[in-house]
Ligand binder design. Structure first.
Ligand SMILES: [Zn+2]
Length: 720
């Protein structure tokens, strides 16, 4: 280790020890920084537009430069930062038994110093806790606190076998965690409490401790209900403790997971004041670039205008984790762009303060530039209302409890429909399956149900009511073939809407054979762009359905792919429909009995995408509220804002869109935007918030039109 390195650390340690404590003007400073005055009556957390966190390590008390840390976040204009209390390692001299003091703390009150440094700069602080793990000494004294395998053995965490997983149903959560929270309340000022690592994000726990053995079997819908009840119980308990000191304080936890969240998000939204989207960057192989904007759509569908923040990891996310190495700046920038475009609050997250503020400081300039750009455009970047008239239903029960055919992944369906919606440049929202009442979905002209296999009778009735009042619908594959507990029905719950009945189990291709082909029976707008072919490729799996009058596509059964001598259809035509289209009243219903969006996702087949896009266009009808024409693969959002409207364009035209990270951006040319205004509204000015300056616009019959000359990575057209 070089000598100057050691010297600097020693120096920083002595500097950090000499920090002043909280000043009298602190409350006032925090109040003005939070934007309270601009929005009276709204809880402070709903005005938070920027969040920053250096996630503290055990080593930080001897390496982090506290003043530099606080100055950095202040220079980004963040309104909130996180300071580690933890639960695994105490960052302050705790008296709570089994709250182990960090080995580098050296008698210091590191939490207190860091907390004060932020608050002196008008930055609100969140006390960060980790209730998910504890050490051997706690395990020996309180064996009942910990998760167990079936054989009764405790579960060490994979990265460090000295730490064991705690059980959320145990008294660890009702005794130990509250004791720490109350200790913090008794000594410090904080604005909120946050738990990392609990509740679990994407997977439900499987535990065989004495409490969990009495619960319904892990993996069942009944277990999920017990899990949700426990989450809500603990959430309210912790929120109550947070409020024991200050009425405006609150509790929140790590959430996220895109559409594959473990807790019932619609239920959680009833108690949740702050959705902490732990969606820090692209995951493993085959993760597309749009992970953050997908998260934003999930948050908005359950929380509306309540606070949703997306934690963007400056560190290298993905299949191999480099927690203290900064990912490529274009990749991080696009993740921030998506966060802002989809209406979430951006949150910069770095780990560890080695050498003062981290060994890899490439995040510093980027974070400062990005957050300052955002801060200067806050009013335009904050959505008030969606303009979308297409809703995509996401079913949490299907994501958690549906068993797809063979090796299929539950997530592929949502990614496939997302890809088709982006390719078709549609404006759409997500709609949670528990929010299908007419007063919520009545605003949408069309709903899409991408293999929402599990639907209750009540949900089916809600969809029927929606169609009866003119709503249109596109459903695929096993939608409504199972009830809310995962039991298979004899027929589709929505058979009357589909105009078709399931006649047998799912049909899968034999071996490596051709799945099936969809014979073109007659011309129809959903077949636009298909010339010089009599049939289209059929998706991999299908539900056989009863014949319908005048079908557009029918099934030609599959046949071997190899040897080529045998690769020909044995049956030239059947009466089994491959696509069913119906019009009743003002409502258009399209039912595709195959897993078209999942097959699109795993194959990339262009015909499947075109057929899906055409069908979405047909059900949604003419006169969508917004359209963007131009070259390139984009994702777009359009929001009503306080000054008017904002149209966001994300440029995904990039060789690394489907496999990360982005290395650089490739500009796309003219994007011609058309936006229909609500009656009586007008537009005086269209400004480009990234390129800068105004662009000309025309206003005719309540529709505004303008052209964005070029988009590098992201553009926001602000209409006021
Ligand atoms: Zn347990």
């Amino acid at each position: 280790m070089p000598e100057h390195f050691l010297d600097r650390r020693t120096l920083l340690k002595s500097m950090a020890g000499a920090l002043p404590l909280a000043s009298p003007g602190l409350r006032a400073a925090i109040s003005s920084a939070s934007g309270d005055e601009s929005a009276p009556g709204i809880p402070w957390q709903q005005n938070v537009r920027r969040v920053g966190q250096l996630n503290m390590t055990e080593h930080d008390p001897v390496v982090l430069n506290v003043e530099e840390w606080a100055d950095y976040w202040a220079s980004l204009k963040v309104e909130v930062t996180y300071v580690s209390v933890t639960g695994i390692l105490a960052f302050y001299p705790t008296k709570v038994p089994f709250h182990r003091i960090g080995r580098y703390l050296g008698g210091r009150d590191f939490f207190g110093e860091v907390n004060a440094a932020a608050r002196q700069r008008g930055i609100r602080t969140v006390a960060r806790m980790s209730p998910d793990l504890n050490w051997r000494e706690a395990l020996d004294a309180h064996p009942e606190w910990f998760q167990r395998n079936q054989d009764g053995s405790p579960r060490p965490t994979p990265d460090d076998p000295r730490l064991f997983a705690t059980c959320m149903f145990s008294t660890y959560m009702t005794d130990y965690v509250p004791a720490i929270m109350r200790e913090i309340n008794s000594r410090y000022e904080v604005d909120a409490f946050y738990t990392n690592g609990w509740p679990p994000i994407g997977r439900l726990p499987v535990c065989f401790c004495n409490v969990c053995r009495k619960l319904p079997p892990a993996g069942s819908v009944a277990y999920w209900e017990a899990f949700n009840q426990r989450v809500i119980y603990l959430w309210k308990l912790y929120d109550g403790i947070a409020k024991e000191k200050s009425r405006t304080a609150f509790y929140f936890a790590n959430l996220g997971g895109g559409t594959h969240a473990a807790p019932n998000l619609a239920l959680l939204a009833t108690v949740c004041e702050w959705f902490q989207g732990d969606n820090q960057g692209r995951g493993g192989d085959g993760a597309p670039i749009w992970g953050a904007s997908l998260q934003g759509r999930v948050c908005r569908s359950v929380l509306g205008n309540k606070t949703a923040v997306n934690v963007v990891g400056a560190w290298s996310t993905g299949r191999i984790l480099w927690r203290e190495s900064v990912k490529s700046i274009p990749e991080m920038q696009m993740w921030f762009n998506e966060t802002v475009a989809s209406g979430m609050t951006p949150y910069l997250h770095v780990i560890g303060g080695e050498d003062g503020l981290g060994e890899d400081r490439r995040f510093e300039k980027f974070g400062r530039d990005y957050f300052n750009w955002q801060a200067s455009n806050d009013s335009h970047l904050r959505p008030l209302r969606t303009i979308a008239e297409i809703g995509v239903v996401y079913g949490q029960r299907t994501q958690l409890f549906y068993t797809p055919p063979r090796d299929a992944s539950r997530l592929d369906s949502m990614q496939g429909i997302y890809a088709a919606l982006l390719e078709g440049r549609f404006f759409f929202d997500f709609v949670h399956e528990d929010h299908l009442a007419l007063d919520r979905i009545g605003r949408y002209r069309a709903l899409i149900l991408p293999n929402i296999a599990l639907l209750s009778d009540a949900q089916c009735a809600q969809l029927r009511a929606y169609a009866a009042q003119g709503g249109s619908l596109l459903a695929t594959f096993e939608t409504s073939l199972y009830d809310e507990t995962g039991r298979r029905r004899g027929d589709f719950g929505l058979a009357d809407l589909f105009g078709a009945h399931a006649t047998g189990p799912v049909i899968a291709p034999v071996g490596n054979s051709n799945p099936f082909y969809a014979w073109i029976e007659r011309p129809h707008p959903v077949l636009d762009g298909f010339q010089d072919t009599n049939w289209l490729p059929g998706p991999q799996y299908r539900v056989p359905v009863s014949p319908t009058p005048d079908p557009v596509l029918t099934v030609v059964p599959g046949f071997p792919a190899y040897p080529p001598e045998l690769s020909y259809p044995r049956v030239p035509r059947t009466r089994e429909p491959a696509l069913i289209l119906r019009e009743t009243g003002g409502s258009r219903i399209a039912y595709i009995p195959s897993d078209i969006e999942r097959s699109l996702w795993i194959s990339g087949n262009a015909d499947l995408s075109r057929l899906l896009q055409n069908t979405i266009r047909w059900v949604a009808g003419d006169g969508q509220p917004a359209a963007i024409e131009g070259e390139g693969f984009i994702e777009a959002f359009a929001w009503e804002t306080k000054p008017g409207f904002a149209v966001h364009v994300l440029n995904y035209n990039n060789p690394n869109t489907y496999r990360g990270y982005l290395r650089k951006f490739y500009p796309i040319g003219e994007q011609r935007v058309r936006l229909r205004l609500p009656p009586g509204r007008t537009i005086a000015k269209v400004e480009l918030l990234r390129a800068g300056g105004a662009v000309p616009h025309s206003l005719r019959e309540g529709t505004v039109e303008f052209t964005i000359p070029s988009v590098l990575d992201y553009e926001v057209a602000a209409l006021s």
